[in-house]
Design a protein around this ligand. Sequence first.
Ligand SMILES: [Zn+2]
Length: 692
Amino acid sequence: MSFLTQRLNFLLCCAAICALTLPILPVAAQEATTPTNHGINVANMDRSQKPGDNWYLYCNGDWIKRTEIPPDRPGLGVFTQLLDVTDKRTASLIEEAAKSNSGGSGQRKIADLYNSYMDEAAIEAKGQAPLQPHLKAIADIKTKKELAYALGQTLRADVDALNNTNFHTPHLFGMWVAPGFNDSEHYAAYLIQGGVQLPDREYYTSDNEHMKQLRSKYQAHVSAMLKLTGFTDTDARAERIVALEHAIAEKHTTLAENDDIQKANNTWKQADFSSKAPGLEWAEYFRGAGLSQVASFIVWQPAAFAGESALVESTPLETWKDWLAYHTIEEYAGYLPKALADERYAFFGATLSGTPQQRPRWQRSVAVVNRYLGDDVGQIYAQRYFPPEAKAEAQAMVANIIAAFRKRIDALSWMDPKTKAEAQAKLTTLYVGIGYPETWIDYSAYEVKADDIFGNIWRGNLFQYTRQVARLGKPTDRHEWSMDPQTVNAVNLPLQNALNFPAAILQPPFFDPKAPAAANYGAIGSVIGHEISHTFDTEGSAFDSKGQVRNWWTPSDLEHFEAAAAKLAAQYDSYTPFPDLHLNGKQTLAENIADVAGIAASFDGYKASLAGKTAPTQDGFTGEQQFFIAFGQDYASKVRDAALRQQVMVDSHSPGQWRADTVRNIDAWYSAFEVQPGQTLYLAPADRVRIW
Ligand SMILES: [Zn+2]
């Protein structure tokens, strides 16, 4: 479970990567910003607000007042600002790589990939030629058997159930390779439902007026994409494609249900598929996917597999061929001429996330390089921007916060001693990666050509998939990372019992070696605590100290935990960003628990770091006040309505404002700011949710 949803990060930074002519920034000239102050940012606060009434504006109100969302953004926040800084640094590394003659083949590859996306003239000159052979192959499909093979060929390693949580793939199904649920010493293949373009089943099934309008715009977009690629009768085809996606979505499991490990732990032997999910010719599907030799899979949503497979049989071949053609066009439109790329952005960027304009092309190109050569770039990034002192200091904070968790667990009156012992064992075997991984991905088998962006992306997806398939059955590397050093995020990897804190999040304003401890513990300490908490939450409690699926909680432990969790879910259900849409307390539960537990443990770690001394004040704020304000400032954000709606519907994290309000569950916040009964955020002590 990550600190932020990667897919939404993806939407924020590079949704619908496609062409639009924009001036290219002289990136090398733009070095990262250095903070003008160290610690909390008083200029961002609105001190006319009362902390107990509007905590979020108290911490961030003046920043919100003076900030305008640029036309190429669905929203802005601390994370996106840090992402900009990191992208500029990364772009300048890429530029250096491009200029360097002495650079190794890794540097040449980085430069070629970057340039192949930047070269719009070459993309226009090629036209749709790179796409045509793929459309021709689909047009040539004559039977459901050939269809099954073709569907198998689309399988990619493009989902991630538990690390960088992403349950969405437009392909019929998606694969995630990770340590096995029932044998965490070896890698297994997890299969995940897929087949729809819109972000979630709700987009197809909801009666909400807003969703109905989106659906009709979507259908028009499908028709437009088909027309641009030479199809006839496109309105009728689009209608059938959207109807098929709607039928698929109805078979899908909801995001909230996807969190349940027990329901997801279904091992199917390859031979089981045709009896458990009849319809699709599975042997052909697996042959197309290159998986004929793989004996068994873990099927995350069995009902969806049965439902989707039956649809392959019951829906006419021609509709499936149109669906497949449209999905291929959509997936690669961003790397094709402007007309297609713009149409893609007009729907997925402008309409769906309400963002009128695309990110500058250089920034989208950085995103491409990060996605396909992330470790090559990350290796240079970490060397350049993550000094050993920063690593040592972050490690010391982690040690303090882990010690705080240990004390909290020991002090729990409701937890069985055996459960406590396993929880402590999990902390002992926890691997905490700081800054960058110990080993790097070898990209030598990935062929990159300076004049072929379409091929580079196609081969890049295939390289990632083939690399994952090759790992199946091999021993688990518990120290493996799932995020690049240049990612502004953090992650808990439950099957490895490991955490990753990439270099890019260990920067101001989250982490600043020159800032007071209060600010560092409030800002990054609560992120560290958040990730540690996932080790024990609704999902973490399903895995033992070896990452194996095993229920190590007694029924009464679980009962107590679930009662506290239900209270927190109700708290978040009561938040209403829009009159017709409230937060989904169950969908965001694991993340909300992690926020509550993270800030509580980090606060303890902070107090311990003072070793009895009084913290220095800053701008009149005590150490405790700085701690909470730094936490509240992590979540400064301004988001367009359409993007906020999308976040509420598909993200497992609550939007920033409500993450900041987590403080209302922490006793020390009340005393630090003299919050009184009757104030908007006030909770009576019995109503505050305490997890650990
Ligand atoms: Zn999380």
